[in-house]
Design a protein around this ligand. Structure first.
Ligand code: URP
Ligand code: ZN
Ligand code: ZN
Length: 456
């Protein structure tokens, strides 16, 4: 069956041009002006913008953490993703201490297989580094899990500097790459103890116990470790200028460093933690959201190509779950929902408000994550031979973000009330129309994507 998308604006990381796109059997057959094809079903795309399906390379679905489980599993999380224009998520399969990587991967397949409404792949978060796990890196690469997450914080998952060095050296051998959560854990623990001693137990103590310097110090340390290991590295969820400066310094020395940020660090500032009552808990994530100045720095870094990808770090908890920390901010489960709104927010707040171009949006939402995470050109571009994953934005459409209307399994929306100027209208997943008029038409069509090596 052939489908012809007529007269749309087709976006790549390089250019935006008016073209027709012909799809057949889940793939893109042709991209050019004035395609004629009698047997195709023709859909008029006049006035609409066609992006390669968005990729969210940072989600946590069905994750047991902080004595609870994230509110979104693969069923609800990927439904929310696809209506938001995301056709591929890369979730963090997470090794519990004492587990093998193979057990963790099998566990994640059980959570995701046959339940996902967009395509999915996995990184592997290593929480327990030992010789057996080192050998299993080969098995992960063979299974299409070519990227790994390491935490410099969180007691359940933290690796020390020596272990991080050993993981990076091992990944160099196989062509894998690690993304690292950078925060200085012992110093944060000391700041938390000070807050507690003073009786500061509410959400406003969260950002001040995890200041930007704690992140910048950890990024600096990571750069030293990666240099010693002669390894490329990804800094995930970058939040602030000081941490970015550490990346700039390492790059200037010739190191290969990639950076990811998320909409909450571009569009929210730390005044959210001063909201009345326990409202601030909704925004408790780590690293915390920062100053307005950091937002401006990060937008510019996206424009300048210093920040390569924009993911969500979707790690959702209901307000009831957040209330686990009502008497002690350190017990508030860390994380925010975002997988449903990322594409719309970045189009509306980024492109429509002229902070970034269509091409830049394409690079950070689709093309760069596809290259960095080893799925390009299967994903990340609208080109002959690629999967027919296409996210169509109607720039004339208006919508207000409302928790009451969202598919993600949370009773609040961090961007409640934001008026969107331009929204995701239709989504094709491997040639199937799965979202129409922003509504889910077909669910559970997602497939596991076996990834290759990073090639950004
Ligand atoms: O607060 C956050 N970001 N929770 C999710 C886990 C992580 O740190 O990525
Ligand atoms: Zn993290
Ligand atoms: Zn995360």
């Amino acid at each position: 069956m052939k489908t012809l998308l007529k007269n749309g604006l087709v976006v790549s990381g390089e250019e935006t041009r008016k073209a027709d796109v012909l799809l057949e059997d889940g793939k893109i057959l042709w991209v050019k002006s004035e395609i004629a094809c009698d047997e195709a079903t023709v859909i008029d795309m006049t006035g609409k913008i066609l992006f390669p399906g968005f990729i969210d390379a940072h989600t946590h679905f069905d994750l047991e953490v902080a004595n609870t489980v994230t509110a979104d599993d693969f069923e609800t999380g990927t439904r929310a993703a696809i209506v938001g224009g995301t056709t591929l998520i890369i979730d963090f399969a997470t090794q519990n201490k004492g587990e093998t990587l193979k057990e963790a991967l099998a566990n994640w397949h059980k959570k995701a297989d046959d339940k996902s409404s967009c395509d999915y792949a996995f990184h592997m978060a290593i929480s327990d580094w030992n010789p057996n796990v080192s050998r299993e890196i080969d098995d992960m690469m063979a299974a299409g899990v070519t990227t790994f997450k390491l935490y410099m914080t969180y007691p359940a998952m933290i690796l020390n500097d020596g272990e991080i060095y050993q993981v990076l050296k091992r990944l160099v051998e196989v062509g894998g790459i690690a993304g690292v959560h950078c925060e200085n854990a012992p110093l944060i623990d000391a700041l938390i103890a000070e807050h507690k001693a003073k009786g500061n137990l509410g959400p406003s103590a969260h950002p001040t116990s995890r200041p930007d310097d704690m992140e910048a110090e950890a990024v600096h340390r990571l750069m030293v470790i990666a240099k010693e290991a002669d390894s490329p590295i990804i800094v995930v969820h970058l939040t602030n200028e000081k941490a970015l400066n550490e990346i700039r310094t390492a790059r200037a020395k010739g190191q290969k460093v990639y950076a990811e940020t998320c909409p909450q660090y571009l569009l929210l500032d730390d005044s959210v933690y001063e909201k009345p009552g326990f409202e601030g808990a909704k925004y408790v994530c780590s690293p915390p959201v920062r100053k307005k100045h950091d937002q401006e720095v990060l937008w510019k870094a996206i424009v300048d190509g210093e920040v390569n990808t924009m993911s969500t770090d979707h790690c959702s908890f209901t307000t009831q779950q957040k209330a686990m920390g009502k008497d002690d901010f350190t017990k508030i489960p860390n994380g925010m929902p975002g997988v449903e709104t990322r594409g719309n927010l970045i189009y509306s707040e980024g492109v429509a408000k002229k902070r970034i171009t269509l091409e830049t949006a394409c690079r950070v939402l689709s093309e760069n994550p596809a290259k960095l995470y080893g799925v390009y050109p299967q994903k990340g571009c609208i080109a002959p031979g690629s999967d027919a994953d296409i996210t169509i934005i109607d720039p004339k459409k208006r919508k207000v973000i409302r928790a009451s209307e969202q598919l993600q399994n949370v009773d609040y929306a961090p961007f409640e009330g934001v008026e969107l100027e331009g929204c995701v209208d239709q989504v094709f997943l491997r040639g199937q129309l799965v979202v129409e008029d922003g509504k889910l038409l077909k669910e559970k069509q997602g497939q596991y994507i076996h990834r290759g090596k990073s090639n950004l």
